[in-house]
Design a protein around this ligand. Structure first.
Ligand code: ADP
Length: 268
């Protein structure tokens, strides 16, 4: 009889411990949600005044409200450029606060990644303007179908490619491939750029991370792009990995599950 009492006692302790853990998890979750709501509200509030600053500096520079003095033009352009950066950062924050809340309802549309390569190249081309970089792209002849949100998946590829362009010096190469490997769709973005020091790679996908090399060279950025990429990829059931050597280059590899229909036809 003592054994039974002891057993019951330890069961009760276990249940109490589990309850405590559950309450802690719930508290963390609601804190996380409160944080996301806060970031989202603040970002919305910031966007309106910054948009007005940017709008007016544009109208002043192009002479549509007043004719600026020649020496005022570069100042207006600086205000405008920094305003644009603020808007980009605010949009990234808004995106992130929505992305990591559990409420994101991911679209599950069939998306052929092979067919996105052309439009992505078109989107990246303006970034290559005035740069001496070689852009190599490679896509399979067949389809690379995944289930997901096309706009978000394009955002992943565009973010990785624009980083590759930004962090690679003239004379370098940026290579973009889309293909399959077993049951996975695989996207790779490789560059011959400044790379990421090994000691810093663990932090790469954290918000606001900027490598020491990027900071020393004063390459602009917010450190939000890769955390957005990582959130979208994991929201699609995929993984992202990086291989990088300082001052030699980096390769980002994204794996996403191929759409089930594709797996079936392959299995036949
Ligand atoms: P941002 O580019 O706005 O700084 P990201 O989140 O996209 O923000 O990238 C975070 C940091 O990771 C960058 O500041 C840079 O230090 C490093 N990084 C990202 N991509 C590359 C790359 N292709 N080559 C070298 N460093 C990179």
């Amino acid at each position: 009889a003592r054994d039974v009492t002891e057993q019951r006692h330890s069961q009760e302790m276990l249940i109490a411990a589990l309850d405590k853990e559950r309450t802690a998890v719930e508290r963390l979750r609601s804190l996380d949600q409160a944080k996301n709501e806060f970031v989202s509200t603040v970002s919305h509030e910031l966007r309106t005044p910054v948009t007005s600053i940017v709008g007016y500096t544009e109208m002043m520079s192009d002479g549509s409200i007043v004719e600026p003095l020649p020496e005022q033009l570069p100042l207006l352009e600086t205000i405008n450029r920094n305003g644009q950066r603020l808007i980009a950062m605010i949009n990234d924050l808004l995106m992130l606060s929505g992305l990591d809340s559990d409420s994101v309802a991911w679209r599950h549309d069939p998306v052929d990644l092979a067919a996105t390569v052309g439009p992505i190249e078109d989107a990246i081309r303006p970034l290559l303007h005035g740069r001496h970089l070689t852009l190599e792209t490679d896509r399979p002849t067949g389809m690379v179908p995944v289930l997901g949100d096309r706009a978000q998946l394009e955002r992943v590829m565009i973010n990785l490619l624009s980083n590759a362009v930004k962090f690679t010096e003239d004379g370098g190469t940026v290579a973009f491939t889309v293909g399959t490997d077993g049951d996975d769709a695989v996207i790779t973005v490789r560059d011959t750029g400044i790379g990421i020091p090994a000691a810093e790679q663990a932090e790469l996908f954290q918000r606001f991370f900027r490598s020491s090399t990027a900071q020393v060279r004063q390459i602009q950025g917010t450190g939000l792009g890769l955390s957005i990429v990582a959130a979208i990829v994991s929201g699609h059931g995929g993984t992202i990995e990086v291989e990088s050597e300082h001052m030699q280059g980096s390769t980002f590899t994204v794996r996403l599950p191929l759409a089930p229909s594709e797996r079936l036809t392959r299995a036949v």
